[in-house]
Design a protein around this ligand. Structure first.
Ligand code: OOB
Length: 574
């Protein structure tokens, strides 16, 4: 197998043995778990859709079986990849569990992804099928299906199928299917990425089930828990921290929230007596603003989880008094490691730290630029290894050589410090990724698109500080000849088929980049130099090229269109 075709870098046998010995890995699969939940929880409601329709555990189990048979009938087999792009609807879980049962691997696309991302996932994983919805938030996903159909054998549509296969027609007579092993891959999750092409994260049944079970325990979920899935269901945070899967594990009920705006979300919290949900920081800010004058009764809410990006301490302090519920900070990553503040942590810890790891077997190293451990309490690069953290990305051998240490630690790209209590505080980031309110954008991916514009001689995309989103994106462009309009630059990114959240919020035209030296300068250094400029007094408002260096292209500071993969619609609230 060529080096870049390695699907899964397995856990070394001595680690796997240890994780089994300690009871973390219990030899379970998601397909098997659903069967057990159906036996144990039977007719109890597993999922309540936005329209109030309920789906019981036994029913979910049965529908997953029927759908597994249907996918099998289409020729989908164990190990095959299937790109799944569904919004927060019950079918998401039916499809995903059907694929788990077959041993086929869902590739978790987000509803905001567009042709560029979807085509890439289909091609890179050599997917056999693409499952999506007909129309979502005004966008016709069958257009994406038309593109995907060039590489996948089947496009399956929830809703009006057009020329494609209708999901509703796939439910067939259940049949006996062998199913995967616990150590097999369960699915491919998406990485926020810091390089040109998004990376895929291979997770096994063993490792993911451990993180789900332990998360459910840490968050105190039980049969009375009502978890509202507010963020897109496919994202790691609402999927497993403890998320929908953790809620199923505990026998609770999942409520699917179609949009996260306070009007929709608060109404559902009242109607369904929601006890716990998870949001990204900008959404928490919107909810904090709206809560004091909402007509809805939010008193059932016991825990508000906030994660995906740094939650400002000042906002963190407002959660309990305003929403009358406990705050839980969650610092996690689809690659594995998840940290939570705990119920019995003092308020000061809950508001000022991003929590501590799930597992006693999560290994944390904080190092300097030369990989030497820094003294306790000093900020440094966070490296981690453990029972649910991957050892390598999917088919990305060259990238894996730098993303992991020789002894298997994942380089998170986050700068953290560890408090004397063992909690982590996220101090910054050392990766070329922009965290736009929880939405992750690889600078290089957007730059590569912009370099294809005829009027762009060079470009660097960086995050600029923003009170609401934490960061917004700014493309610094050296024009070729006369500077085009900023709106044209943004429209170009949109037309390229990238998700709308990757469209730069702001475009600045400069004559030169603020770096010294001759020859080709690495883009990484360039971005670092631009970021350093932004941190100087004067901040982001100043031209990074310094006085006189900006060509002062047409001022255009309108934000990108309202969209977000993990907090859709939050922009409309402001
Ligand atoms: C979650 O997962 P991803 O894969 O979208 O992003 C991971 C990255 C982290 O490496 C870090 O840079 C950032 O997102 N991040 C945070 C954070 N939570 C995530 N930075 C500061 N403070 C936090 N609380 O975002 C994710 C996965 C599972 C649970 C929660 C979040």
């Amino acid at each position: 197998m060529p080096a870049d075709r390695i699907d899964h870098v397995p856990y070394p046998p001595e680690f796997a043995a240890r994780y089994r010995e300690r009871g973390h890995w219990r030899g379970e699969t998601f397909g098997g778990l659903l069967r057990e939940w159906a036996r144990r929880y039977g007719d109890r409601t597993a999922i309540t859709a936005a329209d109030g329709t309920g789906l019981g555990y036994a029913e979910l189990d049965d529908r997953a079986d029927r759908l597994a048979a249907g996918f099998h009938g289409l020729g989908v087999r164990a190990g095959d990849r299937v790109v799944v792009q569904l919004p927060n609807v019950p079918e998401f879980f039916e499809v995903v569990f059907a694929l788990f049962r077959l041993g086929a691997l869902p590739v978790f696309a987000l509803p905001a992804h567009r042709a560029a991302e979807i085509s890439y996932f289909c091609e890179h994983t050599e997917a056999v099928a693409y499952v999506t919805t007909a129309v979502h938030e005004g966008f016709d996903h069958r257009e994406l299906a038309r593109e995907a159909a060039r590489t996948v054998r089947h496009a399956v549509i929830a809703g009006e199928p057009g020329e494609f296969t209708a999901l509703s027609g796939l439910y067939a007579e259940p049949r006996d299917l062998p199913g995967p092993e616990p150590s097999d891959l369960a699915f491919l999750q998406l990485s926020g990425g810091s390089t040109g092409l998004p990376k895929l994260i291979p997770r096994t049944h063993d490792d993911y089930i451990y993180s789900v079970r332990a998360s459910a325990e840490i968050c105190g979920l039980d049969e009375d828990s009502v978890y509202m899935c507010t963020l897109p269901a496919a994202h790691n945070f609402p999927l497993s921290s403890p998320g929908t899967l953790g809620t199923f594990y505990a026998g609770g009920r999942v409520v699917l929230c179609p949009r996260p705006d306070p009007g929709t979300a608060f109404a559902l919290i009242e109607r369904e007596r929601v006890t716990i949900t998870g949001v990204v920081p900008p959404l928490a800010l919107v909810w904090l603003d709206a809560a004091p004058r909402t007509p809805y009764d939010l008193s059932s809410l016991e825990i508000l989880q906030v994660g995906g990006a740094k939650f400002a301490e000042e906002a963190a302090r407002r959660v309990e008094p305003v929403l009358k519920c406990r705050l839980q900070q969650v610092f996690g990553m689809a690659e594995g490691l998840v940290n939570y503040t705990r119920d019995d942590d003092p308020d000061e810890i809950v508001t000022t730290t991003q929590g501590r790891p799930i597992s006693p077997d999560d290994e944390i190293r904080v190092v300097d630029d030369e990989d030497r451990e820094v003294p306790p309490g000093t900020p440094g690069h966070l490296l981690t290894r453990g029972p649910y953290t991957i050892r390598g990305y999917y088919r990305a051998e060259a990238h894996n050589a730098t993303a992991f240490t020789a002894d298997g630690f994942y380089r998170t790209g986050d700068i953290v410090r560890v408090t004397p209590t063992g909690h982590l505080v996220v101090e910054g980031r050392a990766k070329d990724q922009i965290n736009r309110g929880g939405e992750k954008i690889a600078a290089e991916e957007v730059e590569n698109v912009l370099l294809g514009h005829p009027a762009v001689a060079d470009v660097a995309v960086v995050g600029i500080p923003d009170d609401y989103l934490g960061e917004r994106t700014c493309a610094y462009v050296i024009p070729r000849g006369e500077a085009p309009r900023a709106a044209e630059i943004r429209a170009f990114v949109r037309r390229s088929g990238l998700a709308a959240f990757k469209v730069p919020d702001r475009v600045e035209f400069v004559e030169a980049f603020p770096v010294t030296g001759v020859g080709k300068i690495s883009r990484r250094r360039l971005r670092a130099a631009l970021r350093a400029r932004l941190d100087e007094p004067g901040g982001p408002g100043e031209s990074p090229g310094g006085p006189g260096e900006s060509t002062g292209g047409p001022p255009d500071d309108r934000p990108a269109e309202a969209s977000s993969p993990i907090a859709p619609g939050t922009h409309e609230e402001r």
